[in-house]
Design a protein around this ligand. Sequence first.
Ligand SMILES: [Zn+2]
Length: 159
Amino acid sequence: MKDILFEQLTETQKNLLQQAKEAGSHYFNKKGTRRVGSALLCSDASVYQGTSIRRTNVSNSTCAERMALDKAIFEKKYSYETIVIVGFFDGEIEDELISPCGLCRQILSEAENYSGERRNIEVLMSNQNFSKIIQTTTQELFPIAYQAKSYESQNKLTT
Ligand SMILES: [Zn+2]
């Protein structure tokens, strides 16, 4: 996990940040000013955007990175290179960087293996003006993740 400057990113990464920022403008949040945009780069170079949907109950809300991933799954894209998450906070903390919630970390960790071949996914987290960017990976964000395989093997023992 490291801080990285926008200028140090590749053109592909810079474009992904711009697409994630654009995605954030599609947010739905009647209660507050917080919003998130995401862009997911698949191994075939296709990109899927997602935005945050804030509902009355937080647990019924949708995170931007999950929306991007679900759109890719809908198109049967199961292999991913990079996911970018850009946070927007109006007011005093507008420079704050966003980071995936625990549920998204679990889901992104599982997504490493959707293609059948475990693939560590690069994660770029940024604030809205790209002045703070962290570069990491799904495995670094969520090490020793819960795996369905172990659940299945445990189940086999009991049935
Ligand atoms: Zn989340």
